[in-house]
Design a protein around this ligand. Structure first.
Ligand SMILES: Nc1ncnc2c1ncn2[C@@H]1O[C@H](COP(=O)(O)OP(=O)(O)OP(=O)(O)O)[C@@H](O)[C@H]1O
Ligand SMILES: [Mg+2]
Length: 250
């Protein structure tokens, strides 16, 4: 039997905050198969971004194992991790993380500096990707001269420039208007259909339509859909009773 693309065992991420420890991830076990479209859901603070950052090799765990393609990320040194990340993954941040002094084309081309792509190919490749995300006519605009949706599409193009097999996205539609959100979702769905593995953190119920798998996080733990639904109903009910208390006290 072949092993899954991603295998996570006993993963923890703890933050020391003064005298207390915040357990952002508290013993996560997960297998994610190649060519799937997985949506990660959970309330604010449940550990979604922490999980994605560890998977993307952008942060270090407190303990536990992460393997991608049978390679242990948690055992790699910084250089090996950076190389692995560039070869394998594209990361789409919620806040875009574009370089403000560079225009759209330069932002998309930026990750190719580290992969030995010949200079002559870089600009052509970036142009094609900008065209794919519908931004050919904005290639010389800097981030401050683009709308939020356009910046996110530049960030998507940049995440794809090294042709990653695994795409990680942290609330990619969180800051977008409806039309831009749908365009980004459609793009992620197309990438999945073309054979990529996609993992998206999202609060957006529209995204779940594309999902082949769903992961639910509560307080740093993976839970079943039923546990998740009953816990989130409890949260909604307690918010509603706070609301009615406010009404009574008026
Ligand atoms: N650098 C940090 N230092 C201390 N605590 C942190 C740090 N980063 C995250 N946390 C805590 O870890 C927990 C999980 O955070 P995380 O960012 O993973 O949540 P999330 O599920 O992505 O939430 P959101 O939906 O609001 O983005 C939270 O309680 C958060 O306060
Ligand atoms: Mg988050």
């Amino acid at each position: 039997m072949t092993s899954p693309l991603i295998r996570i065992k006993g993963l923890t991420k703890h933050y020391q905050m003064g005298g207390t420890i915040v357990r952002a991830l508290d013993g996560v076990d997960l297998d994610i198969e190649a060519h799937t479209f997985t949506v990660v859901m959970g309330p604010s603070g449940s550990g979604k971004s922490s999980l994605l950052y560890l998977l993307g090799g952008l942060d270090r765990s407190t303990s536990g194992e992460i393997s991608i393609n049978d390679e242990r990320l948690d055992q790699m040194d910084e250089n090996a991790l950076a190389l692995f990340r560039r070869r394998t993954m594209g990361f789409i941040f919620q806040s875009y993380n574009l370089i403000t002094s560079m225009n759209a084309l330069e932002n998309v081309a930026f990750p190719m500096q580290f992969t030995g792509t010949p200079v002559s190919e870089r600009s052509e490749k970036s142009r094609k990707l900008l065209e794919q995300v519908g931004l050919s006519d904005r290639s010389h605009h800097r981030p401050s001269e683009l709308s939020g949706g356009q910046q996110q599409r530049v960030a998507v193009a940049r995440a794809l420039v090294n042709n990653p097999s695994l795409i990680l996205a942290d609330e990619p539609t969180g800051n977008l208007d409806t039309a831009s959100g749908i365009a980004v979702m459609q793009l992620l769905s197309d990438l999945h259909r073309s054979g990529r593995t996609v993992l998206v953190v999202t609060h957006d119920p529209r995204m779940t339509r594309f999902a082949t798998h769903k992961i639910f996080l509560l307080d740093g733990h993976v839970v079943s859909e039923d546990e998740y639904k009953s816990a989130t109903m409890d949260i909604v009910n307690s918010c509603m009773s706070i609301g009615s208390l406010n009404e009574i006290s008026k």
